[in-house]
Design a protein around this ligand. Structure first.
Ligand SMILES: *[C@@H]1O[C@H](CO)[C@@H](O)[C@H](O)[C@H]1NC(C)=O
Ligand SMILES: *[C@@H]1O[C@H](CO)[C@@H](O)[C@H](O)[C@H]1NC(C)=O
Length: 560
């Protein structure tokens, strides 16, 4: 849900101004190294990544920006042998870390490292916070936890903004929030599937289906009925996905007057959220009355949304900030789940034995109501299906790309036995951890490969007639700190439980409802035939799940 929390620092890559940025970086680096460089000659420093192509000072920065995938490939190799390396990102000392202990250290409660700076960046650029409201957060140094950070006092107006935000976010991770959200999602997703008449073949662009029907059902489950009723489902979805594609542009944006397009796209999606907030949400008389105290409200959505936006209002945060944060929630809700469910289904469709295995498992998790004849998905049972779980984890492993980033805010922070100086950055890219051969490779399947059974172990069980059969069991192929698609620590994605249920349920429903076969690969907009399969869209590297850059045209028939 809160993937945007983890979007990290970096620089935009449009060719227009890349040379301007590089020149600036060069100047700043030369200056910074002059000033600080001489102090760094001591021995107790992590190994330094050689500069890319031998270009002094800024070689690595250039590769980081213009060729992120080669940078990752290079550093992944390096980090097989050591668990921390340093390089300069412009003038900033940056450390890449890997290995379970270091990742764990990064996620540990700590006064010396913080991700707040990056969250503030996303609040400004993605979530449209007003300057005034950003200042309120920036001035609150008391942290997210219940007890204020040592030596800090509450801000002048008495509100602990970070703590309040964090406290509300955490409620999203609770069992009741998750199960209400999942139930509503299943109800609305089913409506969208019923629109395909039983027994009639249809040709569909699969990823486009996920981006409209899966996202439509999820947004309605989170926000209630009034949002689509007010601004139109198709209209909102178009505006939302346009916004999703320019998230990276916004984060590393040029001023509006130089490159107005991303800002216009953001404004359009934002306006729709604001319209709903002001005309529907805020028009509810007394949102905190007992009558409105329900788990899911048709106008104010899930309890979490109602409580969050009401709290923001009570604390005097502006409508713009509230609508903008809501837009951020939509991004968190869909930015990871849709690409992951899409990739998982495409893999399953391309592999007939896998399709059969997942279908057989999925069918075992449905019960049929004897009176109404309606199928019902038993979520608890589904969550325990081994092959489905393995496919889910493997898809996250391979297709999530998030740079978990922290800033050293204390005097120093100790990682991997080194004292890292204040203001330096520490990054743990999932790309590096999730592709670590030592952690993930099996005898026959390298970490680079999508292998749907990677997380399956076979246990021998005795069946009645004395025969022994092998029963698949789900076992994560590496340690828990080798796998962190949802980040970790205080800022771990609060929507992770829902995301897992939503993705697994979508797969289970699709494979058990339709007979399906691939027709051909098509362009992302579905308009032309493509001569190659989908690959990851590199634009999303480091910020979220990587969506496919092509769509899969399938022919399906609803059979249930
Ligand atoms: C994520 O990190 C990689 C290097 O580890 C870098 O090349 C890429 O640009 C980063 N992405 C973002 C969005 O910061
Ligand atoms: C990563 O590099 C690719 C080119 O290799 C580029 O298209 C993409 O925009 C870059 N992504 C980020 C987040 O910088």
């Amino acid at each position: 849900m809160d993937a945007i929390n983890y979007i990290t620092t970096g620089f935009r890559t449009s060719p227009f101004y890349i040379s301007a940025i590089l020149l600036l970086l060069l100047l700043v680096s030369v200056f910074a190294i002059r000033v600080f460089g001489n102090h760094c000659a001591e021995s107790s420093e992590p190994w330094e990544l050689p500069n890319w192509k031998g270009i002094p000072l800024i070689g690595n920065t250039i590769q980081y920006i213009v060729d992120n995938s080669s940078f990752i490939t290079r550093t992944t190799l390096v980090l097989q042998a050591r668990d921390i390396v340093q390089f300069r990102l412009g003038p900033i000392k940056t450390y890449l870390v890997s290995g379970p202990q270091n990742v764990q250290a990064l996620f540990r409660k700590s006064a010396s490292v913080s991700g707040d700076k990056f969250l503030l960046m996303t609040m400004e650029s993605l979530m449209c916070y007003t300057k005034e409201d950003l200042t309120k957060f920036a001035n609150d140094k008391t942290g997210r936890l219940a007890v204020p950070k040592e030596g800090t006092a509450a801000p002048q107006d008495g509100t602990r903004y970070w703590h309040g935000m964090h406290h509300h976010m955490k409620t999203l991770a609770q069992i009741t929030s998750t199960s209400v959200l999942t139930d509503k999602f299943l109800e609305f997703f089913d409506e969208r599937i019923q629109a395909y008449p039983l027994g009639e073949p249809a040709t569909v662009n699969l990823f486009n289906f996920m981006r409209t029907k899966m996202a439509g059902a999820a947004i309605r489950a989170l926000a209630g009925d009034a949002l689509f009723a007010r601004v139109g489902e198709d209209n909102l979805l178009d505006a939302f996905w346009a916004y999703d594609t320019i998230v990276i542009n916004l984060l590393y944006a040029l001023p509006k007057w130089m490159d107005p397009k991303p800002w216009k796209i953001r404004a359009h999606a934002f306006d729709l959220c604001l319209e709903w907030l002001q005309r529907d949400f805020d028009a509810v008389e007394d949102p905190e009355s007992e009558r409105n105290d329900v788990d899911w409200h048709p106008v104010m959505g899930l309890r979490f949304i109602r409580e969050f936006l009401t709290w923001y209002k009570k604390e005097g945060l502006s409508d713009n900030t509230r609508a903008g944060h809501f837009l951020g929630f939509l991004l968190g809700l869909n930015g990871n789940t849709i690409p992951i469910a899409g990739w998982a289904l495409m893999e399953i469709i391309l592999d007939r034995p896998l399709w059969k295995a997942v279908q057989e498992e999925a069918e075992s998790a449905f019960t049929v109501n004897p009176t109404t004849g309606k199928r019902n998905l038993d979520i608890q049972k589904m969550m325990g299906l081994p092959i489905l779980q393995s496919v889910y984890v493997e898809t996250l492993r391979v297709h999530v790309s998030v740079n978990v980033t922290r800033e050293v805010v204390g005097e120093t922070a100790t990682i991997a036995g080194y004292k890292l100086p204040r203001n330096s950055l520490i990054q743990a890219p999932t790309r590096i951890a999730h592709f670590n051969e030592k952690a993930w490779a099996t005898a026959d399947h390298s970490a680079a490969e999508f292998w749907p059974y990677r997380h399956i172990k076979y246990a021998e069980v005795q069946v009645e007639n004395g025969e022994v059969t092998k029963k698949p069991e789900f076992v994560l192929a590496a340690g828990p700190n080798d796998f962190f698609p949802y980040g970790g620590g205080v800022s771990i994605c609060p929507g992770r439980h829902f995301a897992k249920q939503e993705i697994m349920a979508t797969i289970a429903i699709m494979v058990s409802t339709f007979d399906m076969e691939m027709v051909e690969w098509v362009s992302f907009d579905g308009k032309t035939k493509s001569n190659r399969p989908a690959q990851e869209n590199p634009k999303y590297s480091g910020s979220a799940s990587m969506p496919p850059d092509r769509d899969m045209k399938v022919r399906w028939t609803r059979r249930i």
